[in-house]
Design a binder for this molecule. Structure first.
Ligand SMILES: [Zn+2]
Length: 119
């Protein structure tokens, strides 16, 4: 049975459970795949870390109201966060590690520091 090696694109023959032409290609493929995933996760981690540091800088006292634009100016990305938290009265916060954001309206957000709720 002829197949194409996903790493070097060469044709090879072998047992049907053999997915690469050689051990070298198998490990090269997996190493590259792992490296790509690592790069991807690092880029997300960097966004989260930057977001968290922006919030911490704007929230030195544990609770503050700031203009949404101030976050955007500093490069805050609203679509990235680590977890949601809904308070007893139904208010939804988006947390990035230890700081949470509540969007009040079009212009203002409230930043709060984490209380002891983490599941
Ligand atoms: Zn190969």
């Amino acid at each position: 049975m002829k197949r194409i090696c996903p790493e070097c694109q060469d044709e090879y023959t072998g047992r049907s459970d053999k997915r690469y032409c050689s051990d070298a290609c198998r490990s090269a493929y997996h190493n590259r795949k792992h490296a790509e995933e690592t790069v991807f996760m690092r880029s997300i981690n960097k966004i989260l870390r930057d977001n968290r540091n922006i919030l911490a800088a704007l929230n030195p006292d544990g609770k503050s109201s700031v203009k949404r634009d101030k976050l955007i100016d500093r490069g805050f990305k609203f679509r990235y966060f680590t977890n949601e938290y809904r308070s007893k009265n139904g208010t939804l916060y988006h947390f990035t590690y230890d700081h949470g954001v509540l969007v009040n309206d079009r212009d203002w957000v409230t930043i709060v520091k984490r209380q002891e709720y983490v599941e």
